[in-house]
Design a protein around this ligand. Structure first.
Ligand SMILES: NC(=O)c1ccc[n+]([C@@H]2O[C@H](COP(=O)([O-])OP(=O)(O)OC[C@H]3O[C@@H](n4cnc5c(N)ncnc54)[C@H](O)[C@@H]3O)[C@@H](O)[C@H]2O)c1
Length: 262
């Protein structure tokens, strides 16, 4: 799909920071009208102001908040043809590990697992399905019978999660698992669905670790020996919009890294 300057509307979640922010800049740079969905109002507004987009305060864990966000974005920009879902909410922990406070054993609680399931997997389904319904109801197909493009964010942890990532990794694997059945469900209405699995990317959560650890992480990447740039993610997001033959695909963006157990 070609992005039509000032016509194509896009929704990007988690767009106040990191990979979502870079996706919002990439799409706006290509001429899209971008709605910045995030729970962080201050940072989200700053991004929206800078790219001439619209900020929508949205909590991906709350269906009503998401529906309100889509209504606001569609009022301002029209129905989105592009959804990029980057926001995430999850808690880490080992299946069974030592409790630092008591010295005894503890397990990752079912509640904490369920929180990751909601914040990673269910939220991805929520965003994608609400967006797809809007596309079907409100958009005419373009060339090639294409209505829209949905890009979800998984992680290399979907395939090689490390110790302590049982909830995050398995739910990101679920995000990858959503892609093909959803692409098939939407094949008759012209909506493509893909996921990107980033490796170690230079975003605030990663840049928050001590410099020594960052150096070790950079050196662990086969080539190039550095963290991925958010703009490299944004660039792939754009390519997934533009290249109409990408569909039903889970794509690693990782400098060939394969994560070790720890
Ligand atoms: N950075 C990496 O190395 C890396 C690697 C693999 C996968 N990922 C995935 O990429 C995506 C983006 O990660 P990032 O590194 O850019 O993170 P980030 O922390 O820089 O950005 C995440 C954004 O999501 C927003 N957010 C958090 N909870 C929310 C909620 N409930 N509702 C709405 N917005 C919410 C935050 O405010 C923030 O702006 C995530 O899905 C993450 O799992 C990142």
């Amino acid at each position: 799909m070609q992005i039509e300057q000032g016509v194509t509307a896009a929704v990007v979640t988690g767009a106040a920071s990191g990979l979502g922010r870079a996706s919002a800049y990439a799409l706006a740079g290509a001429g899209a009208k971008v709605a910045v969905f995030d729970i962080n109002e201050e940072a989200g507004r700053a991004v929206a102001d800078d790219i001439g987009g619209l900020f929508c305060k949205v909590n991906i864990l709350d269906e009503d908040s998401v529906l309100d966000g889509f209504a606001l974005a569609r009022d301002a920009h029209g129905q989105e043809r592009v959804l990029v879902h980057c926001a995430v909410a999850a808690k880490g922990g080992k299946t069974v590990g030592k409790d630092r406070e008591t010295g005894g054993w503890k397990r990752l609680s079912t509640e904490d697992y369920a929180f990751a399931a909601m914040g990673v997997l269910v939220a991805s389904y929520r965003m994608a399905s609400i967006s797809a319904l809007g596309m079907v109801e409100h958009l005419e197909p373009l060339d090639d019978n294409e209505r829209g493009v949905i890009t979800l964010t998984a992680s290399v942890a979907a395939q090689d999660a490390q110790v302590g990532q049982v909830a995050y990794g398995s739910c990101k694997a679920g995000v990858n698992g959503l892609v093909l059945p959803m692409a098939r469900d939407l094949m008759d209405v012209g909506i493509r669905v893909n996921s990107i699995m980033p490796g170690i990317m230079a975003t605030p959560p990663m840049l928050g670790v001590p410099p020594k650890v960052l150096e070790v992480l950079s050196n662990s990447v086969p080539f190039p020996k550095r963290l991925g740039k958010p703009e490299e993610f944004g660039s792939l997001v754009l390519e997934l919009v533009r290249n109409g033959y990408f569909n039903g695909q889970n794509i690693r963006l990782d400098g060939a890294i394969r994560m070790p157990p720890r």
